[in-house]
Design a protein around this ligand. Structure first.
Ligand code: GUN
Ligand code: FE
Length: 429
């Protein structure tokens, strides 16, 4: 259904990575699901559209969670004293094995989908598990949330758990083809993405097969890259001919290309060489600082990625990240970058608030096309937020209020969430 209307309120969005533009008590116009821009005075041509008055409330772009594991949602916040490889074998793989049971998946994915609806997230790139039926159940549920997603049925044919590993590369590829066939034409806003878990989980044959499938069918790929030191050492052993982790994906044909860019989560240890490969393939980096701190993985040099012109968005990486709260994730990204500057390399300046807000909105949004800001022609993804319970002794500018809500969202309420012009969530008292 075509949707055209005007929202009135305190509007803020990134004009570019370094600038947040604001319109206090301004107007935001949506015509047929597309943003026509923000204005201080409503242009004549839009005066006949219905106008919803949110005076005194903040209106900001919806946020993109560029990396999140749906089946891990229900065990978020536990096992957090472990590092990556132990956390995967002790918590993650045994939990994901339960998704062989469709009834289990139905219930657990209901928790995920219901909670996702209530978050700041309007777009997400999601990992499921190796199970076709459960993945389709997740996609069915996500379609109904209104959030636009890429969802991946995971591939793993080695180094899994006794109950979480496919029999062979051939079986994994066949299962993936069957999944794609079954969902073909089924959704409007839920798209498949090929999902080799990471190099240690996928034989060369499987990774190559997925790279070929992506190319033949014009599909995108998501995976993990250079997250943890032990993982990186392991990848060196597994693909000795590669000169770095990204080169291993490149050799196996899974780095993607401009028309179908890949998403790689983490890149904590990506050096000049790895950045060159990411850039060459137009890959997106999902920066997951909450996860990287929880699993003591390290701090990604995000400023360097931005300077190199690499596309960077923010991922919650639930359950290594302990919540789906993108606003908290903006704060984590800023704070981690401040510690990188102070403790690791003082030539790499900390992220500014503008840059971090940009990454969470327009930076990750770019993975979905013209998404994540309120410039003319962008898809209309917007959040109406109530920050009126945050006491202060003076009037704040809109820019100050947006920064404040990211540093402390305890009293912040999402009143409305619009995706592609559709109202997908409304707060009930
Ligand atoms: N690397 C491979 N699988 C995973 C996962 O599920 N979470 C994280 N954080 N890293 C991974
Ligand atoms: Fe992850």
């Amino acid at each position: 259904m075509a949707t055209s209307f005007v929202l009135k309120g305190d509007i803020a969005f990134n004009k570019d990575a370094n600038t947040i533009q604001t319109f206090p008590n301004g107007y935001l116009v949506c015509v047929d699901g597309i943003c026509k821009g923000a204005f201080q005075a409503l242009p004549e041509e839009f005066c006949n559209l219905p106008c919803y008055d949110y005076s005194g409330k903040l209106i900001v772009p919806g946020m993109t969670d560029l990396h999140v594991h749906a089946p891990q949602y229900t065990f978020r916040g536990i096992g957090m004293d472990l590092e990556l490889l132990d956390w995967l074998t002790q918590y993650t793989f045994p939990e994901e094995a339960h998704y062989a049971d469709l009834q289990y998946a139905k219930k657990a994915y209901r928790y995920f989908s219901d909670d996702l609806k209530r978050t700041f997230t309007t777009r997400a790139v999601v990992f499921a598990t190796i199970h076709n039926e459960s993945t389709i159940e997740l996609m069915d549920q996500l379609e109904k949330t209104g959030v636009v997603t890429y969802v991946g049925r995971v591939n793993m044919d080695r180094n899994g758990d006794e109950n979480l590993q496919e029999d062979s590369a051939g079986a994994s590829l066949k299962g993936t083809m069957e999944w794609l066939k079954e969902i073909n034409g089924r959704y409007q806003r839920t798209f498949p993405i090929l999902t080799p878990r990471f190099i240690p989980s996928c034989s060369d044959e499987l990774m190559r097969g997925l790279g070929e499938m992506a190319q033949e069918q014009g599909l995108r790929i998501q995976s993990h890259l250079s997250e943890n030191r032990s993982e990186i050492a392991w990848v060196k052993e597994l693909v000795p001919e590669a000169d770095c982790y990204a080169n291993a994906y490149e050799i196996l044909g899974a780095m993607g290309e401009e028309e179908r860019p890949s998403v790689f989560a983490h890149c904590v240890y990506s050096d000049e060489r790895e950045m060159e490969i990411l850039k060459k393939h137009h890959a997106f980096i999902a920066h997951c600082s909450d996860s990287n701190m929880n699993l003591s993985s390290g701090i990604a040099p995000v400023r360097k990625f931005l300077e190199q012109g690499i596309s960077v968005g923010i991922g919650t990486d639930v359950a290594a990240g302990s919540s789906m709260n993108m606003v908290k994730e903006i704060l984590n990204a800023i704070q981690a970058s401040k510690m990188y500057y102070r403790l690791v390399d003082d030539t790499v300046k900390a992220l500014t608030f503008e840059e971090a807000f940009y990454m969470a909105t327009a930076g990750g949004g770019a993975y979905f096309g013209k998404v994540g800001t309120f410039l003319d022609g962008y898809e209309f993804d917007a959040l109406v937020l109530d920050d009126s319970n945050m006491a202060s002794m003076r009037a704040m500018s809109v820019r100050e209020r947006v920064e404040r809500m990211c540093y402390n969202d305890a009293d912040l309420f999402i009143l409305k969430k619009y995706v592609q012009g559709n109202l997908t969530f409304s707060r009930t008292e």
